[in-house]
Design a protein around this ligand. Structure first.
Ligand SMILES: Cc1cc2nc3c(=O)[nH]c(=O)nc-3n(C[C@H](O)[C@H](O)[C@H](O)COP(=O)(O)OP(=O)(O)OC[C@H]3O[C@@H](n4cnc5c(N)ncnc54)[C@H](O)[C@@H]3O)c2cc1C
Length: 332
């Protein structure tokens, strides 16, 4: 029997988890608009230091996620980040937090996890999808550079909710449900420090009106030893200032950091780099694990269906895979 052709838009964790689950039963075309893999599990290499500038770590609470990750764990791609977690308050008071569950990271950067699972599916990078054409069961994808891909029996979008709503020709009720998902942005500052720099903590949740997180990237396993800080602004503050000029945002974040880490200015070795995440976290989720329209042969999954964590992205993709296989009359 011919395997159905399924296109998956987006090679973040949800996209590669879905591809992994469906690949034994379907021909998968995995397309990603960026030139690298990872989505919001992102890693950037600076001149001397590396930065995980999206997800900092992930937790593994569900056995299915653990089972999925096992091959990556066996290859050393997933490892515990055992640095103690601190809380830093606006008065620069530091307090060690009790660890509730282990924090895992991918090696040598967070994007390595997505790369590990993506490679067997030969993802098409630099391929931004701008339109879905045709009809159910014979869908085509139009790329930004006006190529046509397809035909596909099914199309699944794993892009953040607002982008999925723009892309898929959904039924009106589904379109309204996806549009009702609210996602917040996040500003991230990447700061390389001098070789001998030391900080009083490796990972800190920050209680401050502007800053929400400070992590020492070099304290994660298998990273370059050059001290490197990843600083996330709070999601609510980021969302409020999402369209503000970037130099202003950076100045506000640096000013806030100066009160939280008074010695920081003397340690900075290179010009900080600011990244703006337009859709970082889910404020209001879809409320169901995935979206599937059996008549239109369209589906969507991603963290935004149920939450805002790496594990939520997996759970959403895993649940959609089971449902899609049932639709295709294949035992999950
Ligand atoms: C700053 C920040 C900090 C975070 N911290 C944590 C944390 O500490 N712990 C945690 O568990 N989670 C964290 N998260 C959340 C976590 O990163 C996400 O939940 C998870 O990575 C989402 O995976 P996904 O596959 O659903 O979506 P994404 O990773 O967003 O993947 C979607 C993919 O679709 C691609 N795409 C979009 N539109 C198109 C198109 N038109 N054509 C082709 N491709 C397209 C995108 O480029 C992207 O690669 C953080 C996120 C951010 C941004």
């Amino acid at each position: 029997m011919m395997k159905p052709e399924i296109a998956i838009i987006g090679a973040g964790l949800a996209g590669v988890a879905l591809a992994t689950r469906l690949a034994p039963h379907a021909e998968i075309t995995l397309v990603e608009k960026s030139r690298g893999l990872g989505g919001r599990m992102a890693t950037r290499r600076g001149e001397s230091a590396g930065f995980d500038h999206g997800a900092q770590y992930f937790t593994i609470r569900h056995p299915a996620f653990h089972d999925f990750l096992e091959p990556a764990m066996e290859r050393g791609v997933v490892e515990v980040w055992d640095a103690p977690l601190h809380r830093l308050n606006a008065a620069a008071k530091l307090e060690k937090l009790e660890d509730r569950s282990p924090r895992f990271v991918a090696n040598p950067g967070m994007n390595a996890l997505v790369r590990f699972f993506a490679e067997p599916h030969k993802p098409r990078l630099n391929t931004k999808i701008v339109g879905v054409e045709g009809k159910p069961g014979h869908w085509g994808l139009r790329t930004e550079d006006d190529q046509r891909l397809g035909p596909f029996a099914w199309i699944v979008s794993t892009a953040p909710a607002p982008q999925t709503a723009d892309l898929l020709p959904l039924a009106p009720d589904d379109a309204a449900a996806v549009r009702s998902v609210e996602m917040h942005g996040c500003f991230t500052l990447m700061i390389a420090l001098g070789e001998a720099s030391s900080l009083p903590f490796s990972a800190a949740q920050v209680e401050h009106p502007v800053i929400g997180w400070i992590g020492a990237n070099h304290s994660k396993p298998e990273r370059a030893s050059t001290p490197a800080l990843v600083v996330h602004a709070r999601n609510d503050w980021s969302q409020e200032h999402l369209e503000a000029p970037l130099p202003w945002v950076e100045a506000q974040m640096m000013q806030a950091l100066a009160t939280l880490l008074p010695d920081l200015a003397d340690l900075i070795a290179a010009t900080p780099v600011l990244h703006r995440w337009k859709y970082a976290s889910t404020a209001t989720p879809l409320g169901s694990p995935f979206l599937l329209d059996p008549n239109r042969h369209l589906a969507a999954c991603g963290d935004w269906c149920i939450g805002n964590r790496v594990e939520a992205a997996f759970q959403s993709a895993d649940a959609l895979a089971a449902s899609l296989l049932t639709q295709l009359e294949i035992e999950p």
